[in-house]
Ligand binder design. Structure first.
Ligand code: SAM
Length: 356
């Protein structure tokens, strides 16, 4: 595959385009945007290809997949990450599409783990290939996993995802537990009339299993086959539904914790999280940038404003020119998003290319 492990000379911190706004130009400091949000986290969609076809994620008309030429190459992604680290990024999450379906992903992760200053590499997966990959992922440098699982019922899993793979995902979760991955977070997209009758079962799992169950509000992204506002259910409503399990105690957030608000049932081994992008915007705390699978830098999940890095990467741009593009993207990060349960606002991009 020919990954270049050398650190580019040009990825050292450089002079800020605007010293008054940016603070991330010296070691130990980080780039802040126009609203004093410190940007430390890059999510990367490694591919838009996936081995599931979740109704809420796939476009209505069927998905046109990127060709391997259209995807950013691993070398290109590594270069972007090196530059991002020089601007203060410490944490990277690999997502997709399904990151584990991309060829040579382990070699790529090993190269990523060698980037000095990158302290935290995580993965979001649908879990279908996890049982086979878990050990190698751990060796390659991943210790924290998010696994998406919207139902605990095999038949329903097939209805939602189009594939009969519940047992494989469950085997992947078991394997990750056996290997000591921690934390293991299960992402459950809350869909009224689809899986809301299982929220209690998911919540009960945390009583005995060291899992964090994260209920995610359904977002109107792109034109998904399942989206309709009647399927949206707020975190507050989910909390009500799981009340019979017991009282929830808040768990204090840790450094680098995401936007989830975490709770625990009294005496439970695991925890429950609520991610509420629609009912409780967390834009004021957003520390994220996203690199789409076709090489666009996106400063807000729910806004289609993007910077094309691929064109520059392929046209001989220097690292400092790429860095300037990244800085400009951060400076243009919107204050907040405008999405509501009523519609997609200004987000029409494809989830699999953006990576969630
Ligand atoms: N294939 C991987 C997986 O399944 O986790 C990574 C990509 S997937 C796009 C990332 C996350 O986005 C998953 O947890 C998925 O459930 C969530 N997601 C996709 N579409 C969504 C939507 N419209 N609203 C909320 N979450 C969504």
């Amino acid at each position: 595959m020919g990954i270049n492990h050398k650190r580019d000379a040009g990825t050292q911190p450089a002079v800020a385009p605007s010293e008054s706004v940016l603070s991330g130009q010296t070691k130990g400091e980080r780039l802040t945007d126009m609203f004093a949000r410190s940007i430390s986290y890059l999510r990367i969609s490694l591919t838009d290809h996936c081995n599931l076809r979740c109704q809420y994620c796939s476009p209505q008309e069927g998905q046109v997949k990127l060709t391997s030429e259209e995807l950013l190459s691993y070398e290109e992604i590594l270069r972007v990450v090196r530059i991002a680290v020089s601007l203060g990024i410490e944490k990277v999450r690999l997502t997709g599409g399904e990151p584990l379906v991309r060829r040579d992903v382990l070699t790529f992760i090993k190269a990523l783990a060698e980037i000095p200053g990158l302290t935290d590499i995580r993965l979001t997966t649908n879990g279908v290939l996890l049982a086979d990959y878990a050990e190698a992922l751990q060796k390659a440098g991943i210790s924290k996993l998010n696994i998406s699982l919207d139902t605990l019922r095999p038949e329903r899993f097939q209805q939602i995802t189009g594939v009969d793979a519940f047992a494989r995902v469950w085997a992947g979760i078991s394997k990750a537990r056996e290997l000591g991955f921690s934390p293991i977070k299960l992402n459950v997209v809350a869909l009224k009339g689809v899986n809301d009758d299982e929220f209690i079962d998911f919540a009960r799992l945390t009583l005995t299993e060291p899992l964090q169950i994260r209920f995610i509000e359904f977002m109107p992204i792109g034109v998904s086959a399942l989206w309709d506002k009647g399927k949206y259910i707020s975190s507050q409503e989910i909390k009500e539904l799981i009340k019979p399990v017991g009282p929830l105690e808040p768990v204090p957030a840790k450094h680098m914790d995401g936007p989830a608000r975490i709770y625990r049932f009294s005496g439970a081994v695991g925890s429950v999280g609520f991610i509420s992008p629609i009912s409780h915007h967390f834009c004021d705390r957003c520390n994220r940038l996203r690199l789409t699978s076709e090489g666009r830098l996106r400063s807000c999940l729910l806004s289609d404003q993007e910077t094309d890095l691929k064109e520059s990467l392929r046209n001989g741009a220097t690292d400092s020119a790429i860095r300037e593009l990244m800085v400009a993207t951060i400076l243009n990060k919107p204050k907040g998003h405008t999405i509501s349960p009523d519609g997609p606002g200004n987000c029409h991009g494809q989830m699999s290319r953006i990576g969630g």
